[in-house]
Design a protein around this ligand. Structure first.
Ligand SMILES: NC(=O)c1ccc[n+]([C@@H]2O[C@H](COP(=O)([O-])OP(=O)(O)OC[C@H]3O[C@@H](n4cnc5c(N)ncnc54)[C@H](OP(=O)(O)O)[C@@H]3O)[C@@H](O)[C@H]2O)c1
Length: 432
């Protein structure tokens, strides 16, 4: 498929970015920060074409209004003239990641335009928590505020929750019963996974697929025998560990075969290899957003504890989504010398939004248990942030090998799942 810049910008360079879950929290902040950083760091000849997804048009219109208001404020505060405004184009697209037919519809819509995709930010996600175990929370807070706010394990998960039926009511192409899909798994990982595969023809070796993980993606909360986290006590954390395993293994030998079928290498116009997009792993640190369905007194309590945790030295308490967005925006906009080439030299990293005591944010690598900072035992690239956690396993040769072995298994299972679901949903057709 021959992909080109947005037609209205053929003479200029258009940078096209898709952000999911843009109507609130981190997703909205990523859009705002992308606009700001793009306008102030990229040449005048470049335009940002920002596609932002919501689940319905009402949320889409509201988000568009708020993004436009943000753009105006940026222009006013930066003392720029209003021509700058034309360097940002905003468009709402719709998708519900737990409904794979809407994922397919979005892919079809974007493929039909043949507009190259520079980056996709897979931000949308749900936690699926039903409440808080107050006894465990109190114990965790009194044992260590930093641990309790960085790696909370007191949330109550909705064990066994499944995504809605994918085929009933849509004129199924296959026979029932369809296999169930874990709800949190589908929203956080599988919906995005299918979208990545379907949008691959719009991407090449310069494109970036940015995944959002979490500090709480801990190994003991993921069981490879329960990939979808349906039996997991904490399906959200399980989905985030799965994200780490997928992205960090996307360039290891373990998953080479699966990655080749998942993301076939693009062809250049002259039939050469255009390369495959890079999967980049990020996490926003801890922010106060709607992901926890809380009453006002809970929000105040969470704010107080996260500020205290920051003062006590936790590097991951950005608190405000705009600060949390720094790592995802870095993953989209950093020049290759600061990202792809760095990862080639120092290993693939989990890029976190770190913060000092005063709330100044920056991007820093976070250690991933079993992988380290860049996949090499004992190597800690400069600028990385070390964090300790009770129960953390010291990295060993065996744990590093295990990370890759589990990576191999999850890639194999994800690909089998994708192929199965493509069969049920029907393939996305791409015009020649
Ligand atoms: N908050 C934190 O401290 C924290 C920490 C680490 C990682 N994260 C990650 O940051 C990302 C954003 O979370 P947030 O904290 O900003 O929460 P949020 O304010 O609740 O935002 C979540 C976004 O995802 C959308 N979404 C949820 N389920 C969806 C689905 N099935 N299909 C399509 N969109 C869906 C939501 O849309 P609706 O409004 O329509 O529901 C909303 O736009 C998530 O991936 C989360 O895991 C957050």
């Amino acid at each position: 498929m021959d992909v080109s810049p947005h037609p209205s910008e053929a003479a200029k360079t258009t940078v096209t970015v898709l952000v999911t879950g843009a109507n609130s929290g981190l997703g909205f902040a990523i859009c705002c920060r992308l606009i700001d950083e793009f306008l102030f760091t990229r040449p005048q000849s470049q335009t940002l074409y920002l596609l932002f997804s919501t689940r319905d048009t009402r949320k889409g219109n509201d988000t568009l209004r708020r993004l436009n208001a943000h753009l105006q404020k940026t222009i006013r505060n930066g003392g720029r003239d209003h021509l700058v405004e034309t360097r940002v184009e905003l468009e709402n697209v719709l998708v519900d990641l737990t409904r794979l037919l809407t994922v397919k519809a979005l892919a079809q819509q974007l493929l039909a335009r043949k507009q190259r995709l520079d980056a996709a930010v897979w931000n949308a996600g749900l936690a699926g928590w039903t409440g808080i175990d107050y006894w465990a929370a109190t114990k965790e807070v009194f044992t260590s505020v930093v641990q309790a706010t960085t790696y909370p394990e007191f949330m109550i998960g909705d064990v066994g929750a499944l995504a809605p039926s994918q085929l009933s009511g849509y004129g199924s192409v296959h026979t029932f019963p369809e296999p169930g899909l874990g709800k949190v798994f589908t929203a956080n990982v599988f919906g995005h996974y299918m979208l990545t595969h379907w949008l691959a023809p719009l991407m090449d070796g310069r494109s970036r697929v940015v995944w959002i993980s979490s500090t709480s993606a801990l190994p003991h909360l993921f069981d490879v025998e329960d990939l979808q986290g349906v039996r997991a006590r904490m399906a959200y954390e399980s989905s985030k560990r799965l994200t780490d395993l997928l992205v960090l293994n996307s360039e290891t030998a373990a998953a080479r075969r699966e990655v080749e079928t998942f993301l076939p290498s693009a062809k250049t116009a002259d039939g050469g290899q255009g390369g495959r997009p890079k999967m980049i792993l990020t996490h926003p640190g801890i922010m106060v957003t709607n992901i926890v369905d809380s009453s006002w007194w809970m929000v105040i309590g969470m704010l107080a504890l996260t500020y205290l945790s920051r003062l006590l030295g936790s590097p991951w308490q950005g608190i405000q989504p705009y600060k949390g967005a720094v790592s995802a925006c870095f993953a989209v906009l950093a020049p290759p010398s600061q990202l792809q080439e760095l990862e080639e030299r120092e290993g693939k990293g989990k890029w976190g939004s770190a913060c000092d005591h005063w709330g100044h944010e920056r991007v820093a690598r976070m250690e991933v248990e079993g992988w380290g900072f860049g996949g090499e035992l004992g190597v800690r690239p400069s600028g990385s942030v070390s964090t300790s956690r009770p129960g953390r396993r010291e990295p060993t040769k065996e744990s590093r090998e295990e990370f890759e072995e589990v990576g191999r298994r999850v890639w194999r299972e994800m690909e089998a799942l994708r192929i199965g679901w493509e069969g049920r949903l029907g393939r996305v057709e791409v015009d020649a």
